[in-house]
Design a protein around this ligand. Sequence first.
Ligand code: COA
Ligand code: MG
Length: 293
Amino acid sequence: MSLRNGGHVRWAFDLSGWRPTLTDLLLATSCIQPEEKQRLAKFVFRDDFNASIIGRLMMRRFVQLATGLQYDRIQFGRDVKGKPYLKNEGFMVDFNVSHQGRYAVLAGMLTSGDESLELAAMPKIGVDVMKIEYAGGKPLTEFFRLMNRNFSDEEWRYIRSRNHESEQIEAFMRNWCLKESYVKNVGVGITVDLRNISFTIKSNILSRNNVICDSTLKVNDEFMRNWRFEESLIDENHCVAVALENVPPHVDLSQNCFEILDYSELMEGNIPLLANDVSYCETVASKDYKKVK
Ligand code: COA
Ligand code: MG
């Protein structure tokens, strides 16, 4: 595994194929910080535990690869809105994690060698993955009506302009994913009025092997010049969007498809931070999965 052009990584981990043994769990839970271990203990279902811990392990592996920091010396914090960041100082990286449906994903990049840049001009990244499905029970038109305040008029026109219901669901999920990737980049959670964050989609079809980079964004009617968006599919049921701010135009993002990582690749080069905790892992192992995905 290595960094791509411009120091980017795009990783996806297939959670549906991961049923860790006790040995796997012992290692995974010894490679996260104590406060995260405590947070993870609160999940009722294994699915949520698995998704979240894989996200944490992806962050650590990415930072190790991107900075050369020793694995067990990497320290993450969370800002006031809960967004994880690297606490070790002097390293120019940014990353973000998302998990939904089958996948946990990480988008990460080296930010810049130019330490004179103001904080506001530093490149930043946000990512969101969405399962493309509608399982709401209600007719789709009713669901869209309930969701009205989450999208601008222009976005609704695009979603409703698609011919078939399945295409409208795909357009809805894709728009949601774009918006979430932006919100997650900014790190403001859901405190922004979502109708004022409006995307213009130009290419109708997403695919696995090709990254679409031509969707654009207006916030409060102002075109957001310094922003670029990557969109692709991880598989036919999962779309993913990456929101990048201040990434120079010459950096080619079109090859940034997500690569699937397995557990051994994820754990490569690990050095445990914590001692094995058998009783913690037995409790985790006793939790139920919601359903077979
Ligand atoms: N900003 C960016 N990333 C954040 C974050 C924040 N404020 N808070 C947490 N994260 C990171 C964490 O790594 C988190 O993983 P963890 O929970 O295992 O620690 C991960 O992002 C979660 O991302 P994702 O799986 O995509 O979760 P989400 O889509 O449910 O929520 C939020 C993302 C919390 C950042 C936020 O945007 C939110 O509350 N969303 C609710 C959904 C919504 O209304 N979206 C409207 C957009 S259309
Ligand atoms: Mg999400």
